[in-house]
Design a protein around this ligand. Structure first.
Ligand SMILES: C[S@@+](CC[C@H](N)C(=O)[O-])C[C@H]1O[C@@H](n2cnc3c(N)ncnc32)[C@H](O)[C@@H]1O
Ligand code: SF4
Length: 375
């Protein structure tokens, strides 16, 4: 089968900029939402040759997709090719009953809700607009609109956070019983205002990260969630019929599949090429209004780079990756050493080809183990 089966669409608009955020975002600009959606639809037409006939997933990320003017968002959802999993990222304060119904009626199957934390003082530090109550209400509006696949995004390592704050976040997130949770370590970019304001506290938090990660993994797995990717957890099939609740879109990235990205700053990887669209709204709109592709940075991916990425991403998954996909990229002596140290395993899988997986200890150490494996 040829063609990319995963499509990412970037909706950059946000009501305000949160201090820690480093994504491609544009504050406000209501008057341009419709024009931007027209440009996205034009870009989709220009690029549709890259896509497979049938898509597996579409992901609308941001920015704040649900801050996009409702008519424009609806037009975009109607213009998208059909797929098996359609995810939209949502900020809690934008989720009204009307918005939740609009998403459900337009075929969205999964919502990823940016909770970040349930502690008021930490939400304030992150400069978030939603209170914990608003986060909970948004979740229930989505449930009321019949969403049965909701993911929560949470962040740890926030300036001022204590381990008991984290334990409370774990409890409060579990109380909502989402199908999926992503837990991210706060990354603060050097040189930003956020880093300047919280510098010393960020250093203290960095020292606690391993402990926080351990608590998150324990809390999630004890509650019956499958730790299927370094930062991602889903309800295990045993508790949820036969449904596989992993993010199929993100699995596409982790399995090294091709994907097309539309919108400002969006990245695409197709075959041996990776390109990134201009992050500048004006330049993007101008190009597409004139029927042209937006400016892009293009990178050629060598076979060696692709193999290395396959190992780095594949080892983030609990299933690991087929040993055959890894052999050319890994150092056999390092593999022997790491197997002896109980950090890596070569798992025979019921007649399937052998797979390379990190052990539970290896997964807790994460990237360091993978880096040692690579030649
Ligand atoms: C594209 S972002 C933003 C989605 C949405 N606008 C929001 O704020 O909820 C997706 C997720 O990345 C995570 N994230 C954003 N900035 C981060 C940072 N500096 N460090 C760690 N995680 C971050 C947040 O959990 C966020 O929900
Ligand atoms: S709302 Fe989300 S995308 Fe927008 S600035 Fe805040 S974290 Fe970034």
């Amino acid at each position: 089968m040829s063609g990319a089966r995963h499509l990412y669409v970037h909706l950059p608009f946000c009501a305000a900029r949160c201090g820690y955020c480093d994504f491609v975002t544009v504050v406000g600009r209501h008057a341009r939402h419709g024009e931007y959606v027209d440009a996205l639809i034009a870009e989709l037409k220009l690029e549709c040759g890259v896509l497979a006939e049938r898509l597996e997933t579409v992901f609308l990320g941001g920015g704040t997709p649900t801050f996009t003017e409702a008519g424009a968002l609806q037009r975009l959802l109607r213009a998208l090719p059909s797929c098996e999993e359609l995810t939209v990222e949502a900020n809690p304060e934008t989720v009204t009953p009307d918005l939740a119904s609009l998403l459900a009626e337009e075929g969205v199957t999964r919502v990823s809700l940016g909770a970040q934390t349930f502690q008021p003082h930490l939400l304030e530090t992150l400069e978030r607009r939603a209170s914990p109550e608003v986060v909970r209400r948004a979740f229930y509006h989505l449930r009321d609109a019949s969403f049965d696949n909701i993911s929560l995004d949470l962040i740890y390592g926030i300036p001022g956070q204590s381990t008991s704050d984290l334990e409370r976040d774990i409890d409060e997130a579990l109380t909502l019983a989402p199908e999926h949770l992503s837990w991210y370590e706060l990354e603060a970019k050097p040189g930003t205002r956020f880093t300047h304001v919280h510098g010393e506290e960020l250093v203290r938090q960095a020292e606690e990260m391993e402990e926080y990660f351990e608590r998150v993994v324990d809390g999630m797995t004890r509650a019956g969630y499958r730790w299927y990717e370094t930062a991602n957890f889903c309800l295990a099939p045993a508790r949820h019929g036969a449904r596989d609740l992993r993010s199929r879109h993100n699995l596409g990235y982790w399995l090294g599949r091709d994907y097309l990205g539309l919108g400002i700053g969006a990245v695409s990887t197709v075959g041996a090429e990776r390109w990134r669209n201009t992050p500048r709204l004006g330049a993007y709109l101008e190009a597409l209004t004139g029927g042209q592709r937006p400016l892009r940075d293009v990178e050629d991916l060598s076979a060696a780079v692709k193999r290395e990425e396959r190992v780095m991403l594949g080892l983030r998954l609990d299933e690991g990756l087929p040993l055959a996909d890894a052999t050319d990229a890994i150092d056999p002596r390092a593999l022997d050493r790491l197997v002896a140290a109980d950090l890596v395993r070569v798992r025979p899988a019921n007649g399937a080809p052998p797979a390379l997986v990190l052990t539970s200890r290896g997964r807790r150490l994460g990237g360091g183990v993978t880096a040692e494996l690579l030649v």
